[in-house]
Design a protein around this ligand. Structure first.
Ligand code: SF4
Ligand code: SF4
Length: 264
């Protein structure tokens, strides 16, 4: 059987899909790719010209770094792959904040040097400036990956499990499994216990403990995986999946070519 993808749920930031026809190693490679290897832009360095707020420079810099930025990462190159020495328009851009209290400074107060970059959420609070307090800074935005630092991580939640199958082989309709199952896998219909959405099964096995007839069977598909993904909004869920697959494909092509060179 070839590789198949069945989308269960797809939103801007969340996705649930079944990937089948692959090995556990491939599923894990895709997961790691989505978390660690997709290039993203994030604030990486901050120069403070004035900060009379209650927060230290370091605290504000940390908050700025964790603000998800929306941008096409292909517009920039990694700093260590750039031909320049001190940073140029290819490997970095800037954002500034100039604010005076009384005012709550939000992520939307970041003025981007590149109009193609925006914050994923406008209302992320940075610091509450009181009367007369000022904040003036210049931030440098660079490309990075989740492997380098969590601020560049695309998928903030990404996990998978083997697709579960629950069946009943012997039953007296006592309904104990209906009450104990935390995922509502069992349903009571006209006094009969039926299997509902068994894809929600978490393999907790509580139902096995309460079934006196030992009539419940829980199996897992060895080559089908239910993925749950959530991004920070900097990149859409569908783009994160597509980018990770693209990276895996590129890597496979490089490996194939290296092996072919070895063989010759
Ligand atoms: S606990 Fe077992 S016997 Fe009772 S309803 Fe569930 S499957 Fe049937
Ligand atoms: S293993 Fe847990 S989640 Fe799965 S059907 Fe049984 S009780 Fe429900």
């Amino acid at each position: 059987m070839g590789i198949e993808v069945k989308v269960i749920d797809l939103g801007e930031r969340k996705a649930k899909f079944i990937l089948s026809g692959v090995t556990p190693a491939f599923a894990n490679a895709l997961r790691r790719c989505m978390i660690n290897e997709i290039p993203r832009l994030a604030i990486d360095e901050v120069h403070f010209y004035e900060n009379t707020s209650i927060l230290f420079d370091e605290q504000i810099a940390l908050r700025l770094a964790l603000i998800p930025l929306k941008a096409d990462p292909t517009g920039y190159v990694m700093e260590d792959e750039c031909t320049c020495e001190d940073g140029c328009a290819l490997c970095q851009t800037t954002a500034t904040i100039s604010a005076e209290g009384p005012k709550m400074v939000y992520s939307s107060d970041l003025i981007m040097g590149d109009e193609n970059i925006s914050v994923a959420d406008d209302r992320i609070p940075i610091v509450d400036l009181k009367e007369g307090q000022k904040l003036l800074l210049n931030a440098i935005i660079r490309l990075g990956t989740g492997e380098m630092h969590a601020k560049w991580q695309s998928a903030v939640v990404c996990g998978y499990k083997n697709v579960p199958h629950v069946s009943i082989t012997d039953c007296n309709d006592c309904a104990r499994c209906v009450s104990i199952c935390p995922r509502d896998v069992f349903r009571l219909v006209d006094g009969r216990v039926m299997i509902g959405d068994d894809i929600n099964c978490s393999y907790c096995k509580l139902c096995l403990d309460v079934c006196e007839l030992q009539g419940i069977v829980i199996e897992e598909e060895p080559d089908a995986f239910l993925f749950t993904l959530e991004t920070d909004g900097g990149m859409s869920a569908s783009m994160t999946i597509a980018y990770a697959i693209h990276l895996l494909k590129e890597r496979a092509i490089r490996l194939k070519s290296a092996l072919e060179n070895l063989a010759h």
